[in-house]
Design a protein. Structure first.
Length: 111
């Protein structure tokens, strides 16, 4: 059974993450920061797809792809941080394996 990815819910958490560090790539912008009130045993991550990406079908597809990759990289992700992932338009165009490889390398930088 997969580990659960907890989504951020409070507006203060989102604001704090945006003030933290960030990594940009072709597919996503990753904001990350240590939040004091979060559990270190579960992944605290929110995935956002803006309306620029397209209609609801494309936005949901982008979020599904990122969630799938996050479940696969769960072993390699530093659970001390909370993450905010903002999808870009190119995430729906390129192949899944290319996106996965890029995200793996970005999460290795965060460690």
């Amino acid at each position: 059974m997969r580990s659960k990815i907890l989504s951020l819910s409070k507006n203060e958490d989102f604001k704090a993450l945006i003030k933290g560090k960030k990594i940009n790539n072709k597919y996503l912008t990753i904001f990350f920061k240590k939040l004091s009130d979060k559990s270190n045993k579960k992944l605290n991550c929110s995935i956002v797809a803006k309306r620029k990406i397209g209609n609801a079908i494309f936005r949901n597809r982008a979020k599904r792809r990122v969630k799938n990759i996050m479940h696969q990289t769960l072993k390699n992700i530093n659970l001390n941080y909370s993450y905010l992932l903002i999808a870009k338009k190119s995430i729906n165009v390129d192949k899944f394996e290319e996106i996965k490889k890029t995200l793996f390398s970005d999460f290795k930088k965060i460690k």
